[in-house]
Every structure is written in C-alpha cells, then in structure tokens.
Design a protein. Sequence first.
Length: 452
Amino acid sequence: MRSHLRNKTILAPVVAAAALAAVPAEAMATHKPKTVDAVATISGCRGERLTVSADVRALRAVRRAKLQLRFEAAPLFGQSRKSRKFDLGRTKSARRSVRFGDLSAQSYRGIVRYKWVRGKRTVLSGFVRTRRARVSGRRGKAFCSLRVGKKPVDTQPPFIVPFPSGSAWQRGPLDVVFFVFDDLSGVALVVSRVDGGPFVRGRTTRISGEGSHQLTYAARDVAGNQTQPRTVTLRIDQNAPTKPVVSAPTGTTTDPTPEIRWSPSSDSASGVAGYVVLVRNASGAIVWSQNVPASATAVTVGQSLGLGDYTAEVIAYDGAAPRPFTATGASGFTVLAPPTPTPDTDADDDGVEDGSDNCPSTPNPGQENFDGDSQGDACDSDDDNDGLPDAQDPNDNDTDSDDDGVLDGAEIAQGTSPTDPDSDDDGFDDSEDVCPTEPESGVDLDPEGCPP
C-alpha cells in the first residue's frame, strides 16, 4: 500500500506536465480584453461631398467620463480634412455622421477618432478607419473616389510665351509658336500682331522680311482672365551669304597638300559665322574637311592627297538659327606626280655635253684646242704644248715666241730667254749659239767653243 502511494506521488507531476503540454498554445496566451466596439464607414460619396458615419461603444466602465469624437476625410494625396470636435457628454456609446464638402477629385478614406475624458485625464481613446459595414441601417464602403470634385474659381490669366523668343538671329520666314496653357478654365483666345499691324487669332504666326521685328501677343482664358499684351523683338535673316570665290588650287599641282585660298564672303543680317573647307575626290566622297573662322581666307590641306582629280569646296555659313544659310564656292584641280629629275650631262653648262667636251668642268663653248691634244685651251695648262706653262708663257699660242728656232720650253730649260732670240747678246741666235747663255765675242773659247 505504501509502495502504491509512493508511485502515485511520483507520477502526479509527470501527468500534470503531460496535461499541460497538451493544452494549445493559444489557450496559454493572455489577451488584452477588448475595450471599445467601434465601426466606421463611408455612407455617402457623390460629386464633391462624402459622408462618414460611425458607431462607437465602450465595453468597460467609463463612469463620469465624457465622449469626444472627431471625423477626418483622408485623401490619397495631400492633407486630411478634419471636422470639429464633437463633445457628446457622459455616455458609453454614440452614433454620428459628418458630411465633408468642397473636396477635390481624388480617392478618400474616413477616420474616426474617439476619446473618453474625465477632467484632464483620458480614460479611453483610439481611432477606427472606414470599412465596408452597416451603420444606422445604412450600408457603406471603405473608400470614396470623387471623379468631379470641387471646381476651383479661376482668377489667374493663362500662361503664354512665344517660341522662339530670344535675341538671336532666326532663319526666315519664321513661324512663331505660342506655348499657352490654363490649368483651370482653359485657354479661350490667343492673339498676336507684327510691327504694329492688326491683331490676328491663333497659336502660330509667321514673320517675313529680313531685319528686326516687334511681336506683340496676349491670351484670355474661359473665365475671362486676360494677360497684359507683351512685346518681344525678333531678328530675321532671310538671305544666304555671298558666294566665296576659290582662287587656288586650280589646274594641276604636284603639291599633295595644297593651300586652298578664297575671297571672303559677306552677309548683311546675321553675318558670316565661319567656313567649312573640304576636298572631294573624283567620285564625290569627302576626303578632308575643316572648320575655319570667318576671318580666314586660306587653309592648307591637312593630309597628303593621292594622285588624281579633286574638287576644293569652301562653304560660307551665317549666324541664322536653327539652321544657317550657306553659300558654296568650288574649284577643280589635279594632283600630278612630281617630274623625275634628269642627270646633268653638261656639268659646266657651256652647251657641249660632257662626253664630247674637251673641258667638261670649265665652260668653253668654242672647244678651242691650239695644240690639238685631249684638253681644250680653257683647261690646258700649256695651250701650245711648248713645255712652258701658260702662266709663264708670254704667248700661249706660239711655241717659239722669239722665233729663234728654240721652243719656249727648251729655252727655259737651258736658261735662255723665250722672248730674246740672242739671250747672251753675243751676236749669235740662241739656236746657233754654242754657249747661248754666255757671250763668246772677244774672249778665248774652250774646246767646246765656250768661254773658259
């Protein structure tokens, strides 16, 4: 018996633990008791108005506490529209509806805030959002989409601006477009006039004629609001610059990077803004181009051109926007190979080719050659081949200058004078004188016939 009781005592905690484990977790969780039963719904939704209805009831004692309610229409975008605070006195429950008007067109949801207060102390408070429900016998919904909404009063004139409207030169004739809008009542009328002429209706107007023009414009909306007339100055360029005349290169050239030259262009309105210089090959394809300033009148081709036919074009453009006027000048030319240098066959430029020239390095067009050797007189150091160099020979073209029968070179060799037939003045010519350098007259002679 005692053993049986001991076993029951041991098993009791185990059984209790097992029973506790079998209890669902939800049953073990503690719930905060519900204190307020509140429901709100949108019971009216039309035009620019919606109605929020609410049924609020406290589920616990709120003795001597006063109930306060505040309603809101919360838009999808922007700030909520709030009602005044309703003081409903000492009560545990209340039903109330509030209509909101003058709402803009968009989606809304209602919010109802409740609070029981005792003096300055809040006893119970909270809020509830609208949902599909029935309140005071009327079925409502969670959201309200106002398609019309409140129509605001239009007190502002339309916004209007012409395009283009800057001070830059415009390509003419110019079509001016007025950008105009009015976000409330809408645009009813757009008028404009040019240079003080009559006003015309329309959102576009055309201005023709080169020079400056005064454009006046205004707009009025459906509500009758009108802009003050405004005036802008527009400058129109309606003519192209004068044509540049390309003066070089022309014809043929052996320069693969020729210089392109042209006469300057002029423009009486927006002025010449610059030039585009280009070169086309025989098939018309552009092989080189460059932008140059308006002050330029020449530019060198920046790449080597191959042999063939080309066209140089100079395009002058002015300052008209958005697309300038242009004028083009052109000139055709051909790039040839440079001539092959020929060898110089007349080194001394005397008109006689070197192969036949007896003095190829010294000009001698007459080819004079007194002694008939291989060298002409102009380059022969001994023209008469008498053995006496020309620098010492008194007569280059006479082999015996003194006609004594002894060549000039021989006389120099033997010490006699080539210009004196009797060098020793002994009465005997040098050709007959045994001792031509010593006089033999009046002296004893040696066995050779010369003075001892």
